[in-house]
Write a protein that binds this ligand. Sequence first.
Ligand SMILES: [Zn+2]
Length: 252
Amino acid sequence: MRAEDTERYARQIRLPQVGEVGQQRLLDATVLIVGMGGLGSPAAMYLAAAGVGHLVLNDFDRVDASNLQRQIVHRHTDIGTSKVDSARSTLAAINPDIRVSAVGWQLEGGELDQQVTQADVVLDCSDNFPTRFALNAACVRTGTPLVSGAAICMEGQVTTYIPRREDSPCYRCLYEDTDEDLAETCAAEGVVAPLVGIVGSIQAMEALKLITGAGQPLCGRLLLIDTLYMEFRELRLPRQPDCPVCGAGRPY
Ligand SMILES: [Zn+2]
């Protein structure tokens, strides 16, 4: 590890659960973040600052004035520019030593599988069900860990799926396929700014743990966050044996 890395990441290296070995794992890691909105903003900023060597950002949207209340990776001067380009310039300013790739279109089919395969961890920070189901299926197919976050109004939830673990459910175990538009729901019902910071930061923390091997991931557990009363609850998430994605014919 270079001397400047030892200095930059000193507070993390100091932790016995990370150390130089863990920091090197972060530097060597690739994380795919799908969605550069409210959840993707803090997740990408913390992972860039923590020294994840390669971040792949995926979003096909452009920065709108109504995003800026909570999507903190974008600036007022970024209105109208593509979210991945806007985010990339912020991340480069935070940590110029890491590589940031921008994918400014909807990932589908073989290209989605390829990006997921190349990632050590995938963060689902998206705002629509078709993307969530496609991403989950790609993670199950390729055996890639998926950290899923969601936030609406004043409530959020986070969980981690690890397809190679026998006891891990997948996103489809929890949710029926639907075409409900979460972005529209979010626009209609609203979402409070710091909540997406809390959820996105927990997603970044889960990614950091998965990469370094520290602690226990939120696997088989759904963390429910009610910011109005500041209550954190946890639900057990069993795998559904008849799940159409990870059930029969499961490739592992
Ligand atoms: Zn499943």
